[in-house]
Design a protein around this ligand. Structure first.
Ligand code: COA
Length: 209
């Protein structure tokens, strides 16, 4: 029911500006929930606005794609695909700030945002996704369930808003389609043990039944 009514939308710089306060509230809620998303408490709406203004500039400069999850007209979640990678990594995109407001969690919003982000990355030729996240958080379970692999964990990487220090893992996902390996032909005749060129010739000469 809720899943069906979630709309995932790519926000232009102007649309993001119009939703600046909603974005700031979603970020503030995440920090207050204890999520490891770069900030500590106390965290104000003005700090949130300042963060999103930088993101809006990146969207304007085509350095980031910003997705918003809209539920009954209200922004309840967001994620970004950063495109500002070095010249030799233009096939790669970075997933940052996947956030869902606590009131909307557990309803498929995070998964829907990530699925749309993957589509968006593919359409831009970004076939390798990379991200880092607090190990053991709900987010790490979501990324694993979406097929992301863990490259490794750095212990004590970041301070947590509610106290303590958390480990951070780097995850990646290769979006290229898997090409099945050719299966080896079963040796059926003595000829088939010859180098492949000769074996093919013999096979082609076989009479059809
Ligand atoms: C991580 C987050 C975005 C998930 O959003 P969500 O809308 O609640 O996620 P979904 O309902 O789509 O759930 C998707 C999957 O996430 C995992 N998940 C979600 N909530 C979970 C929880 N409380 N505990 C464990 N796993 C959880 C599950 O694998 C779930 O799949 P399932 O429903 O098939 O079991 C949300 O919890 C959040 O905003 N957290 C704070 C910010 C944060 O940590 N962001 C990540 C920064 S890298």
């Amino acid at each position: 029911m809720v899943r069906a009514s979630i709309k995932i939308k790519e926000l232009s710089a102007d649309e993001a500006e119009a939703r600046l306060d909603e974005l700031a509230y979603v970020l503030k809620d995440a920090v207050e929930s204890g999520a490891s998303v770069s900030f500590l408490l106390p965290f104000t709406i003005e700090m949130g606005r300042a963060f999103w203004r930088k993101v809006i500039t990146a969207v304007h400069d085509d350095a980031a794609v910003l997705l918003g999850a809209i539920l009954r007209g209200k922004l309840v979640g967001t994620v970004q695909l950063r495109l500002d990678t070095p010249a030799n990594q233009q096939h790669r995109g970075e997933v940052v700030k996947l956030l869902v407001h606590r009131q909307a969690r557990g309803k498929g919003v995070g998964r829907a945002l990530m699925q749309e982000l993957e589509k968006s990355a593919r359409s831009r030729g970004r076939v390798l996704l990379v991200l880092d996240t607090h190990e053991g958080s709900p987010a790490s379970g979501l990324y694993r369930s979406l097929g992301f692999a863990c490259a490794g964990t750095v212990p004590g990487y970041a301070q947590l808003p509610l106290g303590g220090v958390g480990d951070t893992s780097v995850y990646y996902k290769d979006l290229r389609p898997v090409v099945p390996r050719p299966t080896k032909a079963k040796p059926t005749t003595r000829a088939s043990t010859r180098p492949s060129g000769s074996a093919k010739k013999v096979a082609r000469k076989r009479p059809t039944r």
